[in-house]
Design a protein around this ligand. Structure first.
Ligand code: AHG
Ligand code: MN
Ligand code: MN
Length: 334
């Protein structure tokens, strides 16, 4: 049971026993993500000071090369999880191939692999707009004690054991699920502690916000064009409001709280859209479903798609259940 003023640390310990494969390993993993999130948050908050303290490519006062924030975030998350020796493999948007951890060590007993988008919405950094981190966690399918293989990473989204995001916004939050609902924790930066601020988050079944990069309208499939026109039509509770930040994490977060739909469809320029199945769409889909929402590629459930490549892209429609179902109806009938 959640209690008032509960910290993320307390919540993790309290909920460990409710988790079906409990061994403490998943708790340690989420703890390490919490730690890396605080470090990355600190760096993201300094982004506006680049002219004063140096930009990517410069050398800082310690003689270290300054890194772009997505590279920095990538390194921090990987280092934190690797040094604590709690995962057997990591795949990241910023790495061409997956990373196998301690693959030489026969005593290596770690079960979990992590897929991560270390900095999502990174083009928003320069303009002081919210960015995020997205993560997805699976149990490995190959035997413990052996090096991980690509099969450990190419699992369907419906096999995820946990997923979540960090949003570096007007406040910094961690929102995650281990398959038992979605909970959100807000950082008190003064003391570096996350508190349970949004217990049991739920997408409203209906919403009035649609989020899509309408600049690509001309290239969208007819079903999406028709659905956008439907959103704009004067009828019942429509027209809806259009809101598009261009940070999936931020657009998703707002839509989950207020009710809405996010779409990154395929287009005549990009046959599978832009977003990555394994570390953007699947974790968001898991969160959406755990929060009574829905995630689809227009025709199929995102989490049932069989992955074939680490960095594969997929069209993505996600949000309030009735809105996603309506968009699917337009896709079917186009
Ligand atoms: P990333 O910064 O990790 O590359 O992801 C950006 C993604 C997503 O966050 C966002 O919704 C989308 O790209 C925006 O794309 P467009 O600029 O094409 O709309
Ligand atoms: Mn991204
Ligand atoms: Mn990214």
């Amino acid at each position: 049971m959640s209690q008032k003023n509960q910290t993320l640390g307390e919540f993790i310990i309290e909920n460990q026993s409710a988790f079906k494969y409990t061994s403490g390993e998943l708790s340690r993993l989420i703890n390490s993500i919490r730690l890396a999130a605080k470090v990355v948050n600190h760096e993201v908050n300094k982004a506006g000071l680049v002219d004063i303290i140096g930009t990517a490519g410069d050398t800082n006062i310690q003689g270290e090369d300054q890194q772009k924030l997505d590279v920095y975030a990538n390194n921090k998350f990987i280092q934190t999880m690797t040094k604590r020796n709690i995962v057997c493999g990591i795949a990241s948007e910023e790495e061409d191939d997956f990373i196998s951890i301690n693959s030489q060590d026969e005593n290596h007993q770690n079960k979990y692999i992590v897929l991560i988008d270390p900095l999502d919405g990174s083009s928003n950094i320069d303009v002081n707009v919210s960015v995020g981190t997205i993560f997805s966690i699976y149990r490995r399918v190959t035997p413990v004690g052996t090096p991980v293989t690509i099969d450990d990473f190419l699992q369907k989204g419906n096999q995820q054991v946990a997923a979540g995001y960090i949003i570096y916004g007007t406040s910094t939050m961690i929102v995650y699920t281990t398959g038992d609902g979605v909970n959100g924790f807000t950082l008190n930066p003064a003391i570096g502690t996350f508190y349970l601020s949004h217990p049991d988050m739920q997408f409203p079944e209906d919403g009035k916000i649609y989020s899509v990069n309408e600049g690509n309208y001309i290239h969208f499939p007819q079903g999406i064009k028709n659905y956008i026109k439907y959103c704009q039509m004067e009828e019942g509770d429509r027209p809806y409001t259009s809101r598009y930040i261009g940070s999936l994490v931020s657009d998703f977060h707002r839509n989950m709280i207020k009710g809405g739909i996010y779409m990154y469809p395929k287009s005549s320029k990009a046959s599978n859209g832009k977003l990555r199945l394994l570390y953007e769409c699947n974790p968001m889909a898991f969160l959406a479903e755990q929060a009574n929402g829905k995630a689809s590629d227009g025709f199929n459930r995102i989490m049932d798609i069989e992955p074939t490549e680490l960095h594969q892209r997929v069209p993505f429609i996600c949000g309030s259940k009735n809105m996603v179902e309506k968009a699917e109806e337009f896709m079917r009938n186009a």
